[in-house]
Design a binder for this molecule. Structure first.
Ligand code: B12
Length: 426
C-alpha cells in the first residue's frame, strides 16, 4: 500500500481475561463500575493523519474476553492493528497477535518499554518503546516501519486526545456504587512522569514533561463542551511543580473557567497553593499516603514523612478539599500495633476516602528485585513467566501463605471499617 492511501487503523486496549493475578486490591480483581477512556490510544488516533479511517476498541472497559476481542478485530479487518498493552495482560496480547490476520500489527504502551524483544518474537511487526509515541506511530503507519521504534514525542508537539472516537456517555461514572460523586467526570493528563523512586512502582524511567497551561485549560473547556462537569487530572503526579499549577490557575482565571476539577499527585507540594486551588473549584486530591509510619515510608522509599502528611492534611482540610489517600498494607516492617491504630489515625487526619491496597511485587520494580536479592524468591518468577505467559499466573506470596491470608483479611476488615464501595478508583 502506498503512502498516500487511506488505511483502516484499529487501536485497542487489552481484555482482562488471563491477566496475571495480583493481590493489590484483594476483593476486587475486576473493577467494572468506574470506566475510564483509554487516553493513550485516543491520543494516537487524534494525532494521525485525517485521511485514515480509525476505529477504537476498548475490551478492557467493555468486558470482552479474548475471543470476543479477536472477533471484533477480524470483523473490521483493519490494515493496521495497534495493541496498547499493560504488562499484566501479556497473555491476551500473545493470543491476539497469534489469532488476528492484519498485515501490520504493532504494540505500544507500558509493556513495550521493557519487553520489546519478546513482543517481536510473539509476532508483532513493530514495537514502540518510550513514554509518548504519537509522532513515531504516525510515521510508522505510512511506512509500515518494522522492528523496535524508539519514541521521543514531546508533550507539546501533539494535540490533546479527542474523545468522540468513543461513546462518551458510556464512560460517565454511575450515580451509585462509587467512592465519591463527581458529575460526568472525565480524566485528562496535564503532565507525564514522576521524579520519585518508590520501590513498588514500575514506571521509574519516565522523563517529566508538562503540557502548556493554555493547552490544559483548552482541553478542560473541550471536556465541558462534550458534557463533562468534573475534570480529573489523572497524571502520574500533577502537583510537583508550582509553576505548572500556577500556570493552569492563571489561565482558568483569565478565561473565567469555573468547572469542578480534581487531580492525582503527592502530599509534598507547595502548600501555599492549596487555598488558590480551592478558590478555583478544585474539589478533591488523590495522593499516595501509603503509610502513617516513617519506617514503612522509608522501606517503600517514599519521598515523604509523617510530618509532610500531617501538614498537607491540615491545610487541605482547612480549605475544604477532599482527600483520597492510597494506603499500602502488608509491608514487611508493619507491626500489629501500627495496624490497630491505623483507622483512628486516618480519621484524625481527616482523610475522607482512604483506599487500601496490598504491597505487590510487580515485574520491573525495585521491590521485586529486592525480594530476589534477599532470597525471598529463589528464582526469577517474572523472567520465566514473560518467556511463556500462562493465563492467570499467580506469583507466590513472598512471606508465605499464612501471612498472605492475614494481610488480606486485615485489609478487607479495614475496607469494611470505612464502608468503602467495592470499587477501585484512580
Ligand atoms: C491514566 C492511566 C490509566 C487510565 C487510562 C489509561 C490509558 N492511558 O489508556 C485507566 C484508568 C483506564 C487505566 C487503566 C489501567 N491501567 Co493505568 N495508568 C494510567 C497512568 C496514570 C497514565 C497513563 C496515561 O494516560 N498517560 C498519557 C497517555 C497519552 O500515555 P499512554 O497511555 O502511556 O500512551 C502513550 C504511549 O504509551 C504509547 N502507547 C500506548 N499504547 C499504545 C499502542 C500502540 C499501538 C502504540 C504505537 C503506542 C502506544 O503512545 C501513547 C500516546 O503517546 C499510567 C501511569 C504511567 N506512568 O503511564 C498508569 C499505568 C499505565 N496503568 C497501569 C495499569 C496496570 C492499568 C490497568 C491494567 C489497571 C487495572 N487494574 O485494570 C488498566 C489497564 C487499562 C487498559 N487501557 O488496558 C500500569 C501499567 C504497568 C505496566 N507496566 O504494565 C501503569 C504504568 C501504572 C502503574 N505504575 O502501575 N490506567
Amino acid at each position: 500500500m502506498g503512502e498516500k492511501e487511506s488505511k483502516k487503523i484499529l487501536l485497542t486496549t487489552m481484555p482482562t481475561e488471563g491477566e496475571f493475578v495480583n493481590w493489590t486490591t484483594p476483593k476486587f480483581f475486576t473493577p467494572n463500575t468506574v470506566k475510564y477512556m483509554p487516553l493513550g490510544i485516543l491520543s494516537l488516533a487524534t494525532n494521525l493523519s485525517e485521511k485514515h479511517e480509525i476505529i477504537i476498541l476498548d475490551p478492557s472497559s467493555r468486558g470482552y474476553n479474548i475471543e470476543e476481542t479477536i472477533e471484533e478485530i477480524e470483523k473490521e479487518n483493519p490494515d493496521v492493528l495497534g495493541l496498547s498493552v499493560p504488562t499484566r495482560r501479556v497473555y491476551a496480547m500473545n493470543e491476539i497477535l497469534k489469532k488476528t490476520s492484519s498485515i501490520y500489527k504493532v504494540v505500544g504502551g507500558p509493556h513495550a518499554t521493557y519487553y520489546a524483544d519478546q513482543i517481536l518474537k510473539a509476532r508483532a511487526d513493530a514495537v514502540f518503546v518510550g513514554s509518548l509515541a504519537d509522532l513515531e506511530f504516525k510515521e510508522a503507519v505510512e511506512k509500515e516501519v518494522k522492528g523496535i521504534v524508539r519514541c521521543n514525542t514531546k508533550i507539546n508537539e501533539i494535540k490533546f486526545p479527542k474523545r468522540d472516537f468513543l461513546d462518551i456517555e458510556y464512560y460517565f461514572p454511575p450515580s451509585e456504587g462509587v467512592l465519591f460523586q463527581a458529575e460526568n467526570r472525565m480524566p485528562m493528563f496535564s503532565s507525564i512522569g514522576c521524579p520519585n523512586k518508590c520501590v513498588f512502582c514500575n514506571v521509574q524511567l519516565k522523563r517529566i514533561q508538562y503540557k502548556k497551561p493554555q493547552t490544559v485549560v483548552d482541553e478542560m473547556e473541550y471536556l465541558y463542551s462534550i458534557g463533562c462537569r468534573s475534570v480529573h487530572i489523572l497524571d502520574d503526579n500533577f502537583n510537583i511543580r508550582s509553576s505548572h499549577l500556577n500556570g493552569i490557575l492563571d489561565e482558568m482565571e483569565d478565561k473565567g473557567l469555573n468547572i469542578e476539577w480534581s487531580g492525582r499527585g503527592q502530599v509534598k507540594m507547595n502548600l501555599n497553593l492549596i487555598e488558590r486551588l480551592s478558590f478555583n473549584n478544585f474539589k478533591r486530591i488523590h495522593v499516595g499516603i501509603e503509610a502513617l509510619d516513617d519506617d514503612i515510608l522509608r522501606f517503600l522509599n517514599k519521598n515523604q514523612t509523617i510530618q509532610d502528611i500531617e501538614k498537607f492534611c491540615e491545610i487541605t482540610n482547612k480549605n475544604n478539599i477532599d482527600i483520597l489517600g492510597y494506603f499500602i498494607l502488608g509491608n514487611p516492617v508493619e507491626t500489629d500495633k501500627y495496624r490497630s491504630k491505623l483507622p483512628e489515625r486516618i480519621r484524625e487526619l481527616g482523610i475522607k476516602y482512604p483506599f487500601f491496597n496490598i504491597l505487590f511485587p510487580e515485574p520491573n520494580t525495585p521491590y521485586y528485585t529486592q525480594l530476589l536479592n534477599e532470597g525471598f524468591y529463589k528464582k526469577d518468577y517474572w523472567g520465566e513467566y514473560m518467556r511463556r505467559p500462562t493465563p492467570y499466573f499467580e506469583i507466590p506470596y513472598p512471606y508465605g501463605e499464612k501471612r498472605k491470608q492475614e494481610v488480606i483479611t486485615y485489609t478487607n476488615e479495614l475496607i469494611e471499617n470505612f464502608k468503602q464501595e467495592p470499587e477501585m478508583d484512580l
